[in-house]
Ligand binder design. Structure first.
Ligand SMILES: Nc1ncnc2c1ncn2[C@@H]1O[C@H](COP(=O)(O)OP(=O)(O)OP(=O)(O)O)[C@@H](O)[C@H]1O
Ligand SMILES: [Mg+2]
Length: 341
């Protein structure tokens, strides 16, 4: 009899989703939190809400993003973009990296390095086009962004880092950057070899007997690559990182989420659970509601059942559709209540 009860309890426990709050309490080593998912499903909303909740628990938290849309500025109703860490409330900071500015600074830095290396004040056209080729690569952009992310994450100023990700495809792209980088470095190496003749000119101009440090640029690229690897190591750290997928009860979204989850697992991203957003309140069913809404409720019911069947106890929580969009601390705290109850 006792066994039967224990089994039932265990069964119930398995079926009953573990909340985000419980998950974080049970795993205090998880310090890097990420919310991923398709565009517009609630990543920024949950990043802010989780940050709010953790800050209230007394942890020092940074919510940050590289999104040029400045969504954190919108949700916190503060000018955050490109400002460094901005204090939102006790224990909570938000930061939006101005990637464009960072990329330009980065390109200039590389340009300067090459100039210094060759001792030219004005760069010859061939060298210019080499720099352009190097800096026009998407990898250069990502590198500048990764650099910023690594700077933030390794500084260790906060107890929790919440990385408000850009929509799925892009996030996956970031994760695959280490591989992309190998290809890029290969390409740059080839270009570098084509430039050998400039080495002689430069050595002559510098009147140096030692010649040039041939590998200065490659060393720089290697450094960038290492930074990217550090960053993807953080993102894929099974112990410290928790990655949550945000989805809504809709057919296409469920399908896309399944596919994306599979891809993420291929990149070794440690998946901690799914958050179902925009669930219509159950109590509507008992009220006089228009046919249109009844229909949506039925549709959602069907997809919620499918989500339960597909993702089971990996569903961390369901968050209802609220009566208005989520901006400002009052609304954020309401979402935090649902997310972390
Ligand atoms: N449960 C909810 N109830 C009402 N509005 C919501 C809810 N969740 C999110 N929203 C609103 O939906 C919009 C999109 O949410 P959010 O910006 O968090 O999505 P996102 O996944 O970060 O989008 P993007 O992919 O563009 O970064 C916002 O206006 C937000 O306030
Ligand atoms: Mg967002």
């Amino acid at each position: 009899m006792r066994n039967l009860i224990t089994n039932k309890l265990l069964h119930y426990k398995r079926r009953c989703p573990i909340s985000l709050a419980t998950l974080l309490k049970n795993h205090p080593e998880k310090r890097y939190l990420m919310f991923g998912g398709k565009g517009g499903l609630g990543k920024t909303t949950f990043s802010a809400a989780a940050g709010y909740w953790l800050a209230q628990q007394g942890h020092k938290v940074l919510v940050f993003s590289v999104d040029p849309q400045a969504s954190l500025s919108d949700i916190f109703k503060r000018h955050i973009f490109g400002q460094g860490p901005v204090k939102i409330m006790d224990n909570l900071w938000a930061q939006e990296i101005d990637a464009d500015r960072r990329i330009k600074a980065y390109q200039n830095e590389i340009r300067q390095k090459i100039r210094d290396m060759y001792g030219f004040t004005d760069l010859p056209e061939e060298v210019e086009s080499y720099i352009r080729a190097a800096s026009a690569e998407p990898a250069m952009e990502e590198s500048a962004i990764f650099d910023a992310v690594v700077d933030i994450m390794v500084a260790g100023d906060y107890d929790y880092y919440i990385y408000d990700l850009v929509p799925l495809g892009h996030a996956l792209y970031y994760l695959s950057m280490a591989t992309v980088y190998d290809a890029w470095i290969g390409k740059i190496t080839a270009l570098r070899e084509q430039m050998q003749e400039y080495d002689q000119v430069a050595a002559h101009l510098k009147r140096s007997d030692e010649g040039l440090d041939e590998d200065a640029i490659l060393a720089e690229l290697q450094y960038i690559k290492d930074r990217i690897q550090t960053s993807s190591r953080i993102l894929t750290d099974r112990e410290k990182t928790a990655f949550f997928f945000v989805l809504t009860p809709e057919e296409m979204i469920i399908q896309d989420t399944l596919q994306a989850a599979e891809l993420f697992s291929r990149f070794q991203v440690p998946l901690s659970g799914y958050i179902v957003n925009r669930v219509l309140p159950e109590e509507l069913k008992t009220q006089e509601i228009p046919e249109f809404l009844r229909h949506r409720l039925e549709m959602q019911g069907k997809y919620l059942a499918k989500i339960a069947e597909t993702f089971g106890d990996q569903v961390v929580t369901r968050v209802p559709e609220l009566e208005r969009d989520v901006t400002g601390l009052t609304m954020i705290s309401r979402v935090a209540d649902y997310l972390c109850k």
